[in-house]
Design a protein around this ligand. Structure first.
Ligand code: ZN
Length: 370
């Protein structure tokens, strides 16, 4: 999820490119330069075809950015925080730090992306009409871009969660039933059904037409759709569970303690397991050490006193936070440990591992109950 390169900021939103994007960018350029454009342009040189392919490919990805930006700006207008947008292999994904609070805002936000793609498709089509007589090269580029944006709009409107169409479906059910959980269940099931239909269609094409490429491509798309639908329901259920969990339930209870005068290497030979060490000096608890960040030769001869992070430098979370907010905070701030605020002198920590351990337990239990 987090792999990628920052490419810049627009409207306060950080844009990132996933590494897989480069592969797709290359494939689209090759496909356009060698398959699509030569068919209609007889006199074009290879260099011309390649320049056209790369430019069109760039404009296609700009279109994906516009689609995601439309979601994000409508989301922001409805009071949601959008930190970043990552462009993936299958288009893009906006990283929202929270879900929509009302069915109405979810509906508007979900609709914004396909609406933007439809608008772009229209603009490229008008350009195509106007350029057709003058420049066949620019005309064919605009024609392809009109087509791909239309496909993008239609594909995203498939009513299966987590696609935009599935979000629209969820918003409609949510508005009428006032039951978000049930609406999520229905729209993710719809996502799975559409996924299976795609797989069936792929198999059908394979058998009937022997068109392997289309058959396999449709099948893969269907598998991807049903898989993400299933996962997003699991994710939703897990979020609902975590929302009800208090921080005390996810505290890391078994962090070993050690004296600050101890040498790190000696500590490791005595207690080789565990990720963290609580370091005590004559005044009591002084700091904490994350072993993984320190296991290099230079640190082995140091005393624990030289290595620990003072307790008061660990981010503090209020005791009325729920486990879901803690997980989000850790993810956003890229931290692996937080300290739980308490009124007495007790000091307790929540680590990424203690949170994950709880989530694993909850998902086993929660999903069999659900
Ligand atoms: Zn979208």
């Amino acid at each position: 999820m987090e792999q990628g390169i920052n490419i810049g900021k627009l409207f306060g939103i950080q844009f990132r490119l996933h590494y897989g994007w480069f592969i797709i960018f290359g494939l689209v350029s090759v496909f356009l330069a060698t398959q699509v454009f030569p068919d209609t342009l007889d006199n074009a040189t290879n260099l011309q075809l390649w320049i056209m392919g790369i430019c069109t490919s760039l404009l296609f990805f700009a279109s994906v950015i516009v689609h995601e930006l439309a979601h994000s700006l409508v989301g922001k207008a409805n009071g949601m925080k959008v930190k970043s947008i990552t462009l993936f292999i299958f288009g893009g994904a906006a990283n929202m730090s929270e879900e929509a609070e009302t069915a109405g805002s979810e509906f508007k936000m979900a609709l914004a992306g396909p609406a933007a793609s439809l608008g772009l498709s229209g603009i490229f089509y008008v350009l195509y009409i106007n350029l057709n007589g003058q420049s066949p090269e620019l005309a064919i580029m605009n024609y392809w871009l009109a087509q791909i944006n239309l496909i993008l709009a239609v594909f995203n409107l498939i009513p299966g969660f987590p696609l935009d169409g599935g979000r629209i479906l969820r918003a409609v059910f949510w508005q009428t039933t006032k039951d978000l959980a049930k609406s999520t269940r229905i729209s993710t099931i719809a996502g799975q059904i559409f996924g299976y239909l795609f797989i069936l269609a792929g198999v059908f094409i394979l058998i009937r037409t022997q068109d392997w490429l289309s058959g396999i491509w449709l099948g893969l798309l269907g598998w991807y759709l049903s898989d993400t639908a299933r996962n997003s329901f699991r994710q939703y259920t897990l979020q609902q569970i975590l929302k009800r969990v208090t921080p005390v339930e996810v505290v890391a209870s078994d962090i070993p303690r050690a004296k600050s005068t101890q040498i790190f290497a000696d500590y490791l030979t005595q207690t080789p397991n565990g990720d963290y060490i609580l370091v005590e000096d004559e005044n009591g608890l002084a700091g904490i050490i994350n072993q993984h960040s320190l296991k290099n030769k230079d640190n082995l001869k140091s005393t624990l006193a030289e290595l620990y992070t003072p307790i008061n430098e660990i981010p503090v979370i209020p005791s009325d936070t729920n486990a879901l907010d803690i997980a989000r905070r850790m993810n956003e701030d890229k931290i692996e440990i937080v300290r739980l605020a308490s009124e007495d002198t007790r000091v307790s920590f929540i680590t990424l591992d203690s949170l994950i351990a709880y989530m694993n337990k909850a998902s086993e239990k929660g999903f069999t109950d659900a």
